[in-house]
Write a protein that binds this ligand. Structure first.
Ligand code: GTP
Ligand code: SPV
Ligand code: MN
Length: 618
């Protein structure tokens, strides 16, 4: 310890003399710390150490021993709280700062040489200007702290889909979450070998100052820098930052797609499995759909989970679109998760799970959130760390409180979860949270129209991002917060991909969230969504009927299996109706949105807009 501090001091005072600090900090023979001779990694690490000046640098090797040590230290320092180990073995609770509970879209940047490359839907700054500004914030930010080096892999080992990142962070919470959400440790460094092809991720908690919070992507350098936050989506850099914002750039260049999509396998009573990928905005039902349990009347079906949030898609040798889930865990919304809505998610979180911003049940050291089964606990500690009772009139868990749980623990995890080649996608489903307008389900006429359907998605905002909740905003492909380049180019990329996929999936749109005049959900949702998935897959096989409408093919009420479901025919008909007056207003709002892109809007999208308008007027 003393030796390296001494060496470090020498290094900082000599300044101009090039000393490899990482190598000094990581003496030979201490394998626990030094995991590579990769020069690209070591010189980058060096630079980051010089910038942030941590007291110590620890490599994450992926061992159970190291993981447990980190849990113990985090508990000792109050960063984590150890829950009832009999009821919830390996489970811990974490509370973030009150001002740091969700993604912050207004502080998220895409820094490319030209503003046009980031496009009108992203915050932009010149990379040089931003690096300078952030260097100011990062300088000395890890003084007195430990820097953890997390080598991680997005995608299965040995898969052509997979990509490597290294995250440097001063947060044990980040390390422990990354160890669940991604494949971490020595094996990743072995896969990297001496390659310089890895995403360079830097995170410092600093002061959790919302005024100086930055989530910044430099796609041209495969670099992500984030500071002053400790909330998942802002700091677990393998997730939205890499697997969507950086990866969407990679996919654009390399001819594949990174999407905000769940992946599920639906097995029919004959034992055949077909795969569906579905893009819904944050907190709009991906995790729930991915783990769906069939209703009693459809007991012969089974849903297998491949992914609940992100899909990387490539064209397979067979001319179909194939998908992998780059993650290895679920960072799921806790409120609303119950044995009724999502028993599989609940079962997944019974061990080895980190809960963030939920209520601590002080009667038995377990956790609780709004919407969980049974009576709320008589007393607890709320997400802000204050004493709580059910009578206090405040929420015990934050609406965006989450669980981080290993995917392998999911009772319905797909046998293809680790498949290097992924799974073949039969249908792509877009969906949003719309009280009105969008019917329960419809099918696009063809790929180009399907891309238009995705590009015109809209949804009510949720607690997953800071800001107003319940406001309808346009959210193409559920990617408005996550597309790492100009969204007009992203639409063009979708259209191009369609031309390159000999056997493209069919494209659909769903809406589980239609409300009646009393503000009640008209569709039961959750497990009953299987009834809609069945129609979708039957359409893919040319087995189900549909009627042509102005917006696409819709089922008639009789085409949806409602056996055992208490829904009246009028409600179902309403759910499956297209109100032309409302849709004409919708078209106006779509036009307004597309104006942002000016001349860059692909002709295929403009053409579909014109066609929709003429069908509505026809
Ligand atoms: P992110 O992790 O933020 O990307 O969210 P997600 O898309 O995975 O959403 P999730 O499945 O966690 O659901 C978010 C909220 O929507 C929860 O409160 C669910 O209970 C609710 N929800 C999910 N599916 C349905 C449904 O079919 N109907 C209704 N009414 N609510 C649903
Ligand atoms: C989302 O907001 O879409 C999430 C959670 O999946 S976060 O990781 O915070 O982005
Ligand atoms: Mn998400």
């Amino acid at each position: 310890m003393k030796l390296y501090i001494l060496l470090y001091t020498i290094q900082s005072t000599v300044g101009c003399i090039q000393i490899n600090v990482a190598q000094l900090l990581v003496p030979e023979g201490k394998e626990k710390r030094k995991m590579t001779k990769n020069q690209a990694v070591l010189s980058w690490l060096d630079e980051m150490i010089q910038l942030t000046t941590p007291d110590e640098v620890i490599w994450i090797d992926g061992s159970e021993e190291q993981r447990q040590k980190l849990y113990d230290e985090a508990c000792a320092e109050g960063e984590l709280y150890k829950l009832n180990q009999e009821k919830l073995p390996g489970c811990y609770l974490h509370r973030t700062a009150e001002n740091d509970v969700a993604r912050v879209e207004d502080r998220t940047f895409i820094c490319t040489r030209t503003k046009e490359d980031a496009g009108p839907t992203n915050n932009w700054e010149d990379p040089q200007v931003m690096y300078k500004k952030l260097e100011g914030l990062f300088r000395g930010s890890m003084k007195g702290r430990t820097m953890y080096v997390i080598p991680y892999m997005m995608g299965p080992y040995g898969s052509p889909f997979s990509k490597i990142g290294i995250e440097l962070t001063d947060s044990r919470y980040v390390v422990l979450n990354m160890m669940i959400m991604t494949r971490t440790g020595k094996k990743v460094m072995e896969e990297l070998g001496d390659s310089a092809d890895f995403v360079r991720c830097l995170h410092a908690k600093k002061d959790i100052d919302p005024e100086n919070r930055y989530i910044v992507h430099f796609p041209e350098d495969n670099t992500i820098w984030t500071i002053n936050s400790g909330y998942g989506g802002n700091v677990l850099l393998g997730k939205k930052c890499f697997a969507l914002r950086i990866a969407s750039n990679m996919g654009h260049k390399e001819g594949w797609m990174a999407e905000h999509m769940l992946i599920l396998g639906l097995e029919n009573p004959q034992g055949e499995i077909k795969y569906i990928a579905a893009a819904f905005p944050s907190a709009c039902g991906k995790t729930n759909l991915a783990m769906l349990i069939p209703p009693e009347a459809l007991k012969g079906y089974k849903v297998w989970t491949v992914g609940d949030d992100i899909a990387w898609l490539r064209i397979g040798k067979d001319g179909r679109l194939w998908a992998v889930n780059p993650e290895s865990g679920f960072f799921g919304v806790a409120p609303g998760t119950s044995t009724k809505t999502n028993p599989n998610a609940l079962a997944t979180t019974m061990k080895n799970t980190i809960f963030t911003n939920v209520l601590l049940n002080t009667e038995d050291d377990t956790v609780w959130w709004e919407g969980l089964d049974g009576e709320p606990p008589k007393k607890g500690i709320d997400w802000k760390g204050r004493p709580w009772t059910p009578e206090c009139g405040e929420k015990g868990a934050h609406p965006n409180s989450r669980f981080t749980a290993p995917a392998a623990q999911c009772p319905c995890i797909s046998s293809e979860f680790e498949a290097a080649g992924g799974v073949p996608i039969s249908a792509i489903v877009f969906g949003g949270r719309r009280a009105k307008t969008a019917p329960l389900v419809y099918e696009a006429f063809d790929w180009q129209h399907g891309v238009f359907v995705g590009a015109t998605m809209a949804s009510e905002t949720t607690a997953a991002a800071a800001g107003a909740v319940g406001v309808v905003r346009r959210d193409p492909m559920a990617m408005i917060p996550f597309c790492g380049y100009n969204m007009a180019d992203y639409f063009a990329h979708w259209l191009e991909m369609g031309k390159k996929i000999p056997n493209p999936p069919k494209i659909f749109h769903v809406n589980w969230f239609r409300l009646d005049e009393n503000g009640k959900f008209m569709w039961p949702g959750f497990g009953d969504n299987l009834r809609v998935l069945n129609w979708i897959l039957d359409r893919c096989e040319g087995k189900a009927k549909a009627q042509e409408t102005a917006i696409g093919y819709l089922p008639e009420a009789a085409d949806i299996n409602v056996e055992g479901l208490a829904i009246d025919k009028t409600t179902l008909e309403q759910l499956l109706s297209v109100d032309k007056t409302v849709w004409k207003e919708e078209v106006e709002s779509q036009k307004e949105f597309f104006k942002k892109f000016g001349d860059k809007l692909p002709a295929g999208i403009a053409e579909e807009l014109a066609k929709l308008e003429s069908r509505l007027n026809g």
